[in-house]
Ligand binder design. Structure first.
Ligand SMILES: NC(=O)c1ccc[n+]([C@@H]2O[C@H](COP(=O)([O-])OP(=O)(O)OC[C@H]3O[C@@H](n4cnc5c(N)ncnc54)[C@H](OP(=O)(O)O)[C@@H]3O)[C@@H](O)[C@H]2O)c1
Length: 252
């Protein structure tokens, strides 16, 4: 199936590693022109090198910390100045598991900025051009809504789903779709290095929670994201779609 992404302009946040890097490479392989952003310039350059080496156009790079309002506004300004953005992938994010004793306002504020308010501000700026051009795709990487511990990110994932669904109604007749994709446990820095650093910790979680029996690959998510970003998915909006090997069956 031709996804008809050739020539479309896409902005991918959190593209320095993990799922975001693979989304960027997948969209580039489908012919999209890319702007990629995160905090670590050297990793963004490595992703851009890989994309260029594959024969696709080298992505533009913008270094930004999405917990900093000025960075979010500068990114939106840079993206609109360099040309209209057709596809926005709000992928940057981080889990914030904690106990009540560890819970501080600073953690909640940082998590809010990264997992909800940064993507919301970026979207609200870029969506105007999409509506004017009568075509746009916004995809938010969210996550499971079945917390096993106190986790600020999960609270803001809930906010993302509700904001996204509400906004999707307002812009539906302008050719702009907004959807959320919920990764379950996908191999990335966050999962393999921070949350489940040992084979035993992975096995214990998988046996208790993932019917398919293994952690997913970033490409399992990127393939769905590329489809949702395409012209082919024009009748899908306001949706929240899990990519989790059946993990949501264990929701409580
Ligand atoms: N992997 C999973 O199983 C899983 C499960 C549930 C939800 N998710 C969600 O899916 C998305 C991708 O996850 P992942 O596992 O690929 O994560 P990851 O490996 O930790 O990568 C996160 C990306 O976000 C960027 N980022 C983090 N903080 C940032 C900040 N303050 N400003 C700008 N960029 C920032 C990171 O780049 P820099 O460090 O270079 O800034 C990196 O590119 C996230 O939203 C995550 O919450 C993933």
């Amino acid at each position: 199936m031709d996804l008809e992404l050739s020539g479309k302009a896409a902005l991918v946040t959190g593209a320095s590693t993990g799922i975001g890097a693979v989304i960027a490479k997948t969209l580039a392989a489908e012919g999209a022109r890319l702007m990629i952003t995160a905090r670590r310039a050297e990793l963004l350059n490595k992703v851009a090198d890989d994309i260029e080496a594959s024969g696709a156009a080298r992505p533009e790079i913008v270094v930004a910390d999405l917990t900093v309002r000025d960075d979010v506004d500068a990114l939106a300004e840079e993206a609109t100045t360099r040309g209209p953005v057709d596809i926005l992938i709000n992928n940057a994010g981080a889990s914030s598991p904690m106990t009540l004793a560890d819970s501080t306002d600073e953690i909640w504020d940082q998590s809010f900025a990264l997992n909800f308010d940064g993507p919301r501000r970026l979207t609200h700026t870029l969506i105007t051009g999409m509506r004017d051009r009568k075509w746009g795709r916004i995809i938010n990487l969210s996550g499971s809504l079945e917390p096993r511990v106190l986790n600020a990110a999960i609270a803001y994932i809930g906010a993302t789903h509700l904001w996204s669904k509400g906004l999707s109604c307002e812009v539906a007749q302008d050719g702009v779709t907004i959807n959320c994709v919920q990764p379950g446990r996908i191999k990335s820095e966050q999962i393999m290095e921070r949350m489940y650093p040992t084979e035993e910790s992975r096995r214990v979680f998988i046996d208790a929670n993932i019917p398919i029996g293994y952690f997913g690959e970033p490409s399992d998510v990127a393939n769905l994201v590329a489809y949702l970003a395409s012209t082919r998915a024009g009748y899908i909006t306001g949706a929240v779609i899990p990519v989790d090997g059946g993990m949501h069956y264990y929701g409580h």
